[in-house]
Every structure is written in structure tokens, then in C-alpha cells.
Design a protein around this ligand. Structure first.
Ligand code: GLN
Length: 490
């Protein structure tokens, strides 16, 4: 097999057995970047090739002397640009952080580096992870490698596009309300949002702190499991980080899907869902049934409230988290101003884009005295009810299956003019964040235009193993049937 067609785990095995080398893997990925990047714009910052080759040599030596043995050693991987990496800018695709260099590295990225991963650079995203298309980036949009007239999804659109275009062998994204799963669906790759608290948020620039989780975007389910195994685990630097012992996500993959109970929420297949997407997702469900799963429909309560509840909480937290970008502590400062207040005002008006400003204003309103109880506290109560609805569902089901988005990737330039419509597109992904649940999205077909459709599986907290087992069984069945999977790039 050619290097460009290998999965991350396959590539690392090839490097460790001496069949190929870290240098060859890097050659391959840099070639793909030079062929595709002008058109796709997946990256905001790329590490200099000389530095990468030097690092590749160091990693190769450690592999050769046996000090690096892990399933990702030697693999070139990309990181979303809201995760700090010492020695490289962290921009969050915002003008306000354009020249920001952190002095430390995010825990998840550090763990990857310790596992012998070669970090290629930082990927483009919606500004401060606010958006579903990667078009709110201050540095211009990313295009979908499956069809460059379309968006890659967002906010981790750069990471998903880099994986789909072969500009890396895997990537980290972050998911506050679907930002790993929706771009995975649009780009035809596999993406996983872990249980809240599984991956340290240390060094991740906060958007909605109670919802944010870092997770993998990868070529297949095995690669997702491998990346997740490396980045998860307790971190005393993040007070919401959990002590989990079950972070070997690779060994469960072969345990199969037989006997698993899969529930399909009726409300996920109602008005607003594109017919072709619905058909592809239901076909995946029936294939899981033929693999031995028990599949049935059920009523998931409070589905209609998830989007308003999410945007109330996410915007409130964002307005508070983004207070620190004031022209003094970090990044951009307006040139001409009269006095401190004028400096704050001009810096923030010029430094943030329109979508971020809208959310800061909405969030500040939601948190203001007199409205706090009416909006923020009410949203927290709704969040608790949504969690309860999932508890009820998981008392009868192992997994919940649905789409990742109501449609396939929209055309570039068609989404931002109607933000409310864009927000409603998050209907299938935000519930997992509100309830803290893990969710995986993997390819299950294409629409008539050839754009990918993803199927989403959600599980109860701490049940990533179930998600991965089921997803792996389905993926294997697709491979056996000769259908394209995320590992098979066009
Ligand atoms: N589209 C959602 C939003 O704009 C989700 C973003 C995310 O998960 N970072 O808030």
C-alpha cells in the first residue's frame, strides 16, 4: 500500500517494522500539502519543513532505539488553532490573536508529542470556534476537499479538511456543540467527541467551558481510538478533568455490535432533515441491525429545546471567557484611541469578527442582572432536563443513532447571512454537549452530488468503548462490501 493511503495506525506500524520511515511519511504529507493547500486552505500555520525534518529524525531515532513504541509514533498530525503549542502562534482564526504566541503547550498536544507524533501545524477554524462552516475565520474560509465549492463544516473545518485531503494522517479538533462531528460528516472522515472531562482542556482556548471537549478527526475508527487513547487521562491542571482508568480504546474494537440495543429518536427524522441524509443514515441503522444489533425507534424528550438551550449557555460562557481579550493582556490593540475605555471598545470592535461580536453581546445580555434568571438559569434547568431524558433513554438503549447534520455540506457563501438557520443546523449535535455524552460520526454514504453523509452514534457518559465497537463493526462491514470508508480517500 502507498503511504498516502495508509491509516495513522497502519503508517506507524509500517515505520516501526522498518517498512517505511518517519521521513517518508513526512515527504508524503508535505507533497499533499503542496498539491492541495492553495485550493483547500486547511492550515493557518505550517511548521517550517526544516524543523519538521529535524523532528522526524529525532523521532525516528527513538523508534529505532525502542524508546518509542506506541501506535502513533512517527505519525504526522495536525492541531486545531485553538490549542496552544509553544513555539507556534495560536490565533483561534481571529485578528485579535493574530500574533499571539503561547509560552506553553496544551496538555492534549503535549501527550501527542510524548507519544512520538509529529505536529505539522495549526488548522483553520471558525473564529473562536463559533460557527458551522469555517467561514467566520478571519483568515478566509477552508474548502471541502470532496468538492471545493462547498464548506468543510465547522468549526474544526480545517482539521476535517486536512484529514480528507491527505494533508495529515489525523487531527485534533474541539467540539462545543458539534464542531468535530459536523465537519467529519461534511468531509467524509471519522470524528469523535469524548465524554466531558475525558481530555484535558488545559491550553485549549475556552469557548463554552462547560461544553468544550478536544477529540480526534481521523481516517477511520481505529485511528480515532488510537488518538483518543493517547490524549485522554486525568490532568491536575484542569479542574474538570476526570480520573478514568478505561482509556485504552483500542483493545475493545473487535468486540462487535451483536446484541447492542440502538435507539433512533423519532424527532431526529422529522421536518427539516434532508431526505437523502435521512435515507443514508437509516440505511446505516439497518446494516447495524443485520450485524446483530437490536434497532428500534423511541421518543427522546426535549429535543426541540436543545438548540435554544445550547446557544443561551454557550453565548453566556463565551461572553465571559472572551472578556480577557482586551488589548492589554493578549494580542491585537487598536492603533488610535482616547483613553482606556475607548481603547477597549476599539480593540474589541476591530479585533473580533461579526459572529463573535454577536455572541458576546447576546451572552452579556443573557448574564445581565434582571435577565440572568429568565434566560441563563432557565437554560441550566432545561439542560438538566435534557440530561434526564438521555438517562431515561440509556436505561433502555446502549446507543442512540441519528444524523450529524440536517444536510450535506452547503455551498460556500450561503450560510452566514442567516445565522438563525445556521444555529438550527446544530440540532443533532448540541444535545451530546449539553448532557456531557460521547458521540462519534463516521461516513455512511453520499448524496446525489457526491457529498458525504455521516451517521452519528451517541452513548452514555464513559461508554466510548461501546461507540467505538459499534462504529468499528459497521466500518468493517462497509469495507467488506467494498464501499468507500473514511480511510479510502478519493
Ligand atoms: N456550531 C456550533 C456553534 O457555533 C458549535 C461550535 C463548536 O462546537 N465549537 O456554537
Amino acid at each position: 500500500m502507498e503511504i498516502k493511503d495508509m491509516t495513522a495506525v497502519g503508517l506507524s506500524a509500517g515505520i516501526r517494522s522498518g517498512e517505511t520511515s518517519v521521513r517518508e511519511a513526512l515527504d508524503c504529507v508535505l507533497k499533499s500539502i503542496s498539491e492541495n493547500e492553495d485550493r483547500i486552505h486547511a492550515y493557518v500555520t505550517l511548521e517550517e519543513p526544516e524543523k519538521l525534518y529535524k523532528e522526524a529524525e529525532i523521532i525516528q531515532k527513538k523508534i529505532d532505539d525502542g524508546s518509542l513504541k506506541g501506535p502513533l509514533s512517527g505519525v504526522p498530525i495536525a492541531v486545531k488553532d485553538n490549542m496552544c503549542l509553544a513555539g507556534m502562534p495560536t490565533t483561534c482564526s481571529s485578528k485579535i490573536l493574530e500574533n499571539f504566541h503561547s509560552t506553553y503547550t496544551a496538555e492534549a498536544v503535549r501527550r501527542l508529542k510524548d507519544a512520538g507524533v509529529l505536529i505539522l501545524g495549526k488548522t483553520n477554524m471558525d473564529e473562536f470556534a463559533m460557527g458551522s462552516t469555517t467561514e467566520t475565520s478571519a483568515f478566509g474560509p477552508t474548502r471541502n476537499p470532496r468538492n471545493p465549492d462547498h464548506v468543510p463544516g465547522g468549526s474544526s473545518g480545517g482539521s476535517a479538511a486536512a484529514v480528507a485531503a491527505g494533508e495529515c494522517f489525523g487531527a485534533l479538533g474541539s467540539d462545543t456543540g458539534g464542531s468535530i462531528r459536523e465537519p467529519a460528516s461534511f468531509c467524509g472522515v471519522t470524528g469523535l467527541k469524548p465524554t466531558y472531562g475525558t481530555v484535558s482542556r488545559y491550553g485549549l482556548v475556552a469557548y463554552g467551558s462547560s461544553l468544550d471537549q478536544i477529540g480526534p478527526l481521523a481516517r477511520d475508527v481505529t485511528d480515532c481510538a488510537a488518538i483518543l487513547s493517547v490524549i485522554s487521562g486525568h490532568d491536575p491542571k484542569d479542574s474538570t478533568s476526570l480520573e478514568r482508568k478505561d482509556t485504552d480504546f483500542l483493545s475493545c474494537l473487535n468486540e462487535g455490535i451483536r446484541g447492542m440495543k440502538i435507539g433512533i429518536p423519532k424527532a431526529y427524522f422529522g421536518a427539516g432533515l434532508d431526505q437523502e441524509v435521512g435515507d443514508a443514515v437509516l440505511k446505516a441503522a439497518s446494516e447495524m441491525k443485520s450485524l446483530g444489533a437490536e434497532v428500534s425507534e423511541f421518543d427522546l424528550d426535549y429535543t426541540d429545546y436543545a438548540v435554544p438551550c445550547y446557544y443561551t449557555i454557550a453565548d453566556a460562557e463565551a461572553s465571559s471567557n472572551l472578556e480577557r481579550f482586551d488589548g492589554i493582556k493578549y494580542g491585537y490593540r487598536a492603533k488610535d484611541y482616547e483613553g482606556l475605555h475607548d481603547m477597549y471598545k476599539k480593540t474589541r470592535s476591530q479585533g473580533f469578527g461579526p459572529e463573535v461580536r454577536r455572541r458576546i453581546m447576546l451572552g452579556s445580555f443573557i448574564l445581565s442582572s434582571g435577565y440572568y434568571d429568565a434566560y441563563y438559569l432557565k437554560a441550566l434547568r432545561v439542560k438538566a432536563l435534557i440530561r434526564k431524558a438521555f438517562d431515561k433513554a440509556f436505561s433502555g438503549f446502549d446507543l442512540i443513532l441519528g444524523p450529524a447534520a440536517p444536510n450535506t455540506a452547503p455551498l460556500l457563501g450561503t450560510s452566514l447571512s442567516d445565522p438563525l438557520k445556521m444555529y438550527l443546523g446544530d440540532i443533532y449535535t448540541v444535545p451530546a454537549n449539553l448532557a456531557g455524552l460521547p458521540g462519534i460520526v463516521l461516513p455512511c454514504g453520499t448524496d446525489a452530488k457526491g457529498l458525504p453523509v455521516g451517521v452519528q452514534l451517541m452513548a452514555d457518559c464513559f461508554s466510548e468503548n461501546k461507540l467505538l465497537r459499534a462504529a468499528y463493526a459497521y466500518e468493517e462491514s462497509q469495507k467488506a462490501a467494498g464501499r468507500k470508508c473514511s480511510g479510502c480517500r478519493e
